[in-house]
Design a protein around this ligand. Sequence first.
Ligand code: ADE
Length: 215
Amino acid sequence: MLEGAMNCSILKRAQDKELVEIQIHNLRDYSLDKHHRVDDYPFGGEAGMVMQIEPIDNIISLLKSQRSYDEVIFTSPDGERFDQKMANRMSSFENIIILCGHYKGIDYRIREHLITKEISIGDYVLTGGELAAAIITDAIVRLIPGAIGDEQSALSDSFQDNLLAPPVYTRPAEYKGWKVPDILLSGHEAKIDEWKLKQAIARTKLLRPDLLEDK
Ligand code: ADE
């Protein structure tokens, strides 16, 4: 799943351009067990298996011996809610580790001793943390200068100013009688910018008023 997510589109291009290096590690490769087991039965007799501390400590220790890390992240619905601010901050980091969690099934000592930050991508429970890790990675990498064609377009994203993005249009200027707003065809740059800002504010008030209260 992660190989697929990390190796297409903008994430692939950013790696090809050496703007970012993404390594995916399979915990099984760090298990000392001859069957490459990474989980075991829980103490206290709950249902389900629990990911063991040792393979995770092995890989994190190995990575830390090679370079230093700004954050060791665990994906979990318990964590701080991921948002654009967090993505912005993390896009300036040198190195991060993201441990894809299995929410209930992970030895709690890992979270207590090895993890520096827990991140949730929303109030719902996924089967595993892989998709969450892919989402976090995507949101961070596209902010690295050069990762997307026009740097301006990351700056004008929805949420960058706590505002949703204004509508965009392309040719044809009229389709089935549905018209592009005249102002965008006027060539009057200052007025167009003013229109975009007004649209952004109006859309935010209508669709996400909570973003305006945030400030
Ligand atoms: N793992 C399971 N559910 C998750 C969520 N909502 N966010 C991050 N990681 C998760």
